[in-house]
Design a protein around this ligand. Sequence first.
Ligand code: PMP
Length: 291
Amino acid sequence: MSAVPMDQREGWIWYDGEFVPWKDAKLHVLTHGLHYASSVFEGQRAYGGEIFKLHEHSERLVKSAQYLDFEIPYSAGEIDDICKQVLVKNNLVDAYMRPVAWCGSEEMGIAATSNKVHLAVAAWEWPSYFTLEDRLKGIRLTWSKWKRPSPEMIPSFSKAAGLYMICTNSKHAAMREGYTDALMLDYRGYVAEATGANVFFVKGDEIHTPTPDCFLNGITRRTVIELAKKAGYKIIERHIMPEEIKDFDECFLTGTAAEVTPVSEVGEVKYTPAKACQTLVDAYMKEVQPS
Ligand code: PMP
């Protein structure tokens, strides 16, 4: 990614109903979202000028806020239109987009019932930075010491800022040891997901993936499941124990940013990305292109 800091770029950010110059899209230090994590966001991508699965992302954003007991003052359909405008206004074709909604600075305390709910949408150029050849070498993962919490402990299905605290910690620890990312277990000890992507394991013509009962059922995950079925794979969603992962031949991650990313290593276990990874990387890259 470019070395220009995220707050110093050129362009326009949509902020509470208007476009503001990129560097002016600011908020106050006494913002509820900053102190108490009343903040939800989306990560979506545009390919060839079209935002992939835009409405699903907008709907998830609205629901994410509701899980945190605040209401975004725009409908999913309106958020779709805003996102499209942001792309055009910034002359972007292949881009990453970040809608974010948060509670403002009217009051400071646990309750945010009288705080204004804000919405902003930014987008920036983000071409795929792996060549296909590099991607197929696979990335190295280690295990995280943090566990995905139970849905009884936190609103697990919200794409909420607060849920990323343990993801950032896990990613930092992995990077310090020379890994690209970390795989997290859940509160029961089952394999859950990476810090910002879902995980799949391949054995022959079967693809196994953890049941998303305490983490995001990613939009990419659901897309790739359909593509894998079309390619003739049998999909098995189940609880997977960490001891089992040595029995698989291939492993890959899915996510809006990760797309389909083959994995070459999880801790002690090594994989060689092969036919399934190749097939699904190709199928996904075809699927995201505008028709
Ligand atoms: N899990 C986590 C923790 C994530 O941050 C993401 C990325 N949004 C995903 C899974 C994958 O979700 P999606 O495919 O909808 O991007």
